[in-house]
Design a protein around this ligand. Structure first.
Ligand code: SF4
Length: 405
């Protein structure tokens, strides 16, 4: 076994971790050693991306909550007969996006729903087409691999035909959700009806090869083991090495409160420190190969998202107006924040806020005249009254990628 110190020396040079080293870090429980790991992840993030952190101004749009599946961690789904079941018309969805675009200048709409057999397959394509017609400048981050599989099954088309048709209809990127944990049999235990890990990877690989990039996610803090987490990360990294199609990694802490799984296993939400530790190890594991790591605020709150920005994360998520899935699961942090609140939260931890696009282009850098204070990491006491100063690094608006120094 390598020592933690030797692992972190390599990590500080932003060399991606070996699986063995990553597992050793994941298994670390000593608080002092963990703080060293978080500091190394913070340093690695700074080497790759500088003293910045990003957010996106987006609308999360769940077009139906009716779902034929019964994932054990899901508190969002409803049966078709439920009193609060819904399926929005395309006209209603488009009208909402037009309104939000005008009112909040959203740059992205995230579009996901349950697997609702009552919706015709044409709905998926028409929705994209009509949204693109109404708001051509808004990025459509649409559908998970599970939904792609659902569309393919019902259309009778090949996977390639489905992906091409969605792209032609207006899909810009694919949601990397429904990954949950890409390890059988743990995956079978928490979502037995969902597509298998290999199918999820097949769909994402095909999408990347067709030119449709995606996010990558992992649901953690339920019944998975550290070895499961490592295998999940390994599978994502292996795919990234082939396609380079992942835009970011988003670890999603399981919210136990109102889900059947939470009730069944009597599990509470995992500790804040365990969430931060997962973020840090992911940063060190992916290094420059997948340089964006997001802990969104909506599941565990803005304060923890802020702390994650000093433990390896570089993105705090989106304004997520209308977010529903986490709130139904028992998250109590609301469903929307103003862009100014996200920018202020980033500034509070001594970083330069940048509004990004879905694919990490820069929309609006922070003012060049602004100085930021480099605060100590959140696990350290503030021991001086004079915070250290760091140079701000501001990119010009336009096309600059937020991916390298
Ligand atoms: S997680 Fe998605 S597929 Fe699973 S039950 Fe919920 S809405 Fe349906």
């Amino acid at each position: 076994m390598s020592t933690i110190a030797s692992i972190l020396n390599a990590a500080a040079r932003c060399e991606p971790l070996s699986p063995r080293a990553a597992l050793q870090l994941l298994l670390e429980t000593d608080p002092a050693a963990r703080r060293d790991i978080w500091a190394a992840a913070d340093a690695c993030k700074r080497v790759l991306l500088g003293p910045t952190a990003t957010y996106v101004v987006n609308l999360n749009l769940n077009f139906t909550n009716v779902c034929a599946l019964h994932c054990t961690f899901c508190a969002f789904r409803r049966g078709a007969e439920a009193r609060d079941a819904y399926a929005h018309s395309i006209e209603a969805v488009v009208a909402k996006v037009v309104r939000y675009r005008a009112q909040y200048a959203i740059t992205e709409v995230t579009i996901q729903g349950g697997l609702n057999p009552a919706l015709p397959v044409s709905y998926y394509f028409d929705l994209l087409r009509e949204l693109k017609r109404a708001c051509p400048e808004v990025h459509l981050h649409a559908y998970s691999p599970q939904e792609i599989d659902f569309i393919q099954q019902r259309s009778g088309w090949s996977l390639g035909q489905v992906l091409d048709a969605l792209r032609a209809a207006g899909q810009d990127t694919l949601c990397g959700t429904a990954a949950e944990i890409l390890v059988e049999p743990t995956r079978r235990s928490i979502c037995p009806e969902k597509i298998a890990s290999a199918r999820w990877l097949e769909i994402v690989r095909a999408a990347h090869r067709a030119g449709t990039r995606s996010t990558a996610t992992m649901l953690f803090g339920h019944i998975e083991s550290p070895a499961d987490r490592l295998m999940h990360l390994q599978r994502l990294r292996a795919l990234q090495r082939v396609t380079g199609g992942f835009t970011e990694f988003i670890p999603l802490p399981f919210i136990a409160a109102k889900s059947p799984l939470g009730r069944a296993v009597g599990r509470c939400d995992i500790d804040d420190d365990d969430v931060l530790h997962m973020v840090a190890v992911a940063r060190l594991f992916f290094g420059p190969e997948l340089p964006h790591v997001q802990l969104g605020w909506v599941k565990r709150g803005l304060a923890l998202a802020q702390r994650s920005l000093r433990c390896g994360a570089d993105d705090i998520g989106g304004t997520l107006l209308e977010e529903e899935i986490s709130n139904r699961a028992g998250s109590c942090f609301g469903s929307r924040l103003a862009a100014e609140q996200l920018a202020a939260a980033i500034r509070e931890v001594g970083l330069v806020p940048i509004q990004r696009t879905t694919t990490y282009d820069c929309v609006a850098p922070f003012s060049a005249s602004t100085q930021v204070s480099l605060l100590p990491p959140p696990w350290e006491e503030l021991t001086t009254s004079e915070p250290r100063r760091s140079a701000t690094r501001v990119r010009p608006p336009g096309s600059t990628k937020i991916s390298s120094p």
